[in-house]
Design a protein around this ligand. Structure first.
Ligand SMILES: Cc1cc2nc3c(=O)[nH]c(=O)nc-3n(C[C@H](O)[C@H](O)[C@H](O)COP(=O)(O)OP(=O)(O)OC[C@H]3O[C@@H](n4cnc5c(N)ncnc54)[C@H](O)[C@@H]3O)c2cc1C
Length: 438
């Protein structure tokens, strides 16, 4: 029997995607047969951001990875549902008027799951094999393909080599820049573009909301308050102790432009958030008044890529498909990438196999992940336009305008339809297709 040399996997980035891959590889026992190293630019794991929602499609993967119990302990209580039944997922309202009106109540086949990002990271870390090595303060500068593998150069002066490089380094991915330069010489299309949207994210103590309005619906469920070029998303996290709140404000004329920031913007001195929502219904305004020190994010996306992987370099998560957050799916897609990729490695490296053909693995990964990731990038963009009353049918609507009930019902149906793939589909079919071509 041929003994394979231990292949060296380098994962760049320990965000949700990099950690999900570390867990998936651990659960498949690949920590014992491969040399796996995670290189992270920061000095420690930093839970950037606030709430993360996970929908049934990604939850199915987390369950398969054995994380259900640990994550459930950290997610707010959600209704248990019998097969065939549905529970309330989100309430959408037209709220840019004094008396808001319902748009649609989207129902899900299971209770929604909302987490603090730090909780997800902690669970992922707890389920990562101790054989996987983490290296902090390692910011990748460049890579070169050599006859001995891929040579990695870090800003801290270290040079290391791997056989398979996974870029899980987020929306401003260095690996993507180098990958695209290698593939087609076009680095410009790697540069994230601004969607014209800024998001103000904060956590509000549920107790504070209760004091103002003990019946506030966001204490119990997901609320989306919609208006022209603005919307607010609110939902309970951490066993209902906090309300995750995100206000989105969009200038559609700025979509596709470039900004110099790398994501979070700290300077809020010019921003008068309450004024932006003056005239909105009370339930929206009362939360806005409780927002203190939000983090401000410029929502950027990356042009969809023709490939997510090539021979021995793989892009995963935001590095492959940086998307707007209007379907709460960026982290979920990173988890899907990780799960599919880890299973392909496991199959290629399984017992009795005597080859390690990275091209076959990356071709199979491209086959299923590139079309699906790109589909989600577009789906999130369309969904954001619906929340902002910016669909073609509503172009002429101004803030606070009356919209006839039949038009709101059409909008509601398209919002509902925009969500359906997150609970009507599973990644299993795609994984089987990918495994079949391996
Ligand atoms: C307002 C908002 C709300 C969101 N809500 C949701 C939600 O509800 N559900 C959901 O699924 N998603 C949501 N997302 C999206 C989600 O946060 C991202 O898609 C997800 O975190 C991407 O994970 P990632 O691992 O690909 O990248 P990141 O989490 O960005 O991780 C990248 C890591 O790589 C490191 N790194 C970067 N460059 C280098 C380098 N050169 N060398 C070494 N390390 C490097 C970084 O320090 C970081 O740790 C939201 C996003 C926003 C902005």
């Amino acid at each position: 029997m041929t003994i394979l040399p231990r292949q060296r996997l380098a994962i760049i980035g320990s965000g949700i995607g990099g950690l999900a891959l570390a867990v998936a590889l651990s659960k498949l026992g690949l920590d014992e047969t491969l040399e796996i190293d995670v290189y992270e630019s920061t000095a420690k794991l930093a839970p950037v951001g606030a709430g993360i929602s996970i929908w049934p499609r990604a939850w199915d993967i987390l369950r398969k990875m054995g994380l259900e119990k640990a994550l459930s302990e950290r997610s707010p209580p959600s209704a248990s549902v019998s097969p065939g039944q549905k529970v309330s997922g989100f309430s959408y309202r037209k709220s840019d008027q004094k008396q808001g009106v319902p748009i649609v109540e989207v129902k899900l086949p299971c209770g929604p799951r909302a987490f603090h990002r730090a909780d997800i990271q902690e669970v992922f870390l707890n389920h990562t094999s101790s054989l996987i090595r983490f290296h902090f303060c390692h910011r990748l500068k460049k890579y070169n393909k050599t006859s001995n593998g891929i040579e990695l150069t870090f800003y801290n002066g270290k040079n290391l080599t791997c056989d398979l490089l996974i870029g899980a380094d987020g929306i401003n991915s260095t690996v993507r820049n180098l990958f695209l330069a290698d593939e087609n010489g076009n680095v410009e299309c790697s540069r994230p573009k601004w969607t014209g949207t800024v998001a103000y994210r904060s956590l509000i103590e549920a107790e504070d909301v209760r004091k103002v309005n003990p019946q506030h619906p966001a204490l119990e469920k997901y609320m989306v308050y919609c208006g022209k070029n603005k919307h607010i998303v609110m939902y309970p996290i951490m066993q209902g102790r906090y309300i995750n709140t995100i206000q989105f404000v969009t200038d559609p004329t700025k979509e596709g432009t470039y900004i110099s920031t790398t994501g979070a913007v700290v300077d809020l001195s010019e921003d008068d958030i309450p004024t932006m929502y003056s005239g909105w219904e009370d339930d929206a305004q009362c939360i806005i008044k409780l927002v203190a020190k939000p983090s401000k994010w410029a929502i950027q996306t990356v042009d969809t890529l023709d490939k997510y992987a090539s021979e021995c370099v793989v892009l995963l998560g935001d590095a492959a498909h940086g998307m707007a957050p209007h379907l709460g799916n960026g982290a979920a897609q990173a988890i899907e990438d990780a799960y599919v990729f880890a299973n392909l490695i496991a199959a290629a490296h399984g017992q009795g196999r005597t080859y390690w053909d990275t091209k076959r693995i990356t071709d199979a990964y491209n086959l299923v992940r590139q079309p699906f990731g790109n589909f989600v990038v577009d789906a999130t963009r369309q969904q954001g336009r619906r929340y902002d009353l910016n669909t073609p049918a509503l172009q002429a609507v101004n803030e606070g305008d009356f919209i006839p009930p039949c038009e709101l019902a059409d909008l509601g149906r398209s919002i509902e339809k925009g969500w359906e793939w997150t609970w009507n589909t599973l990644v299993t079919g795609d994984l089987e297709r990918a495994l079949a071509v391996l």
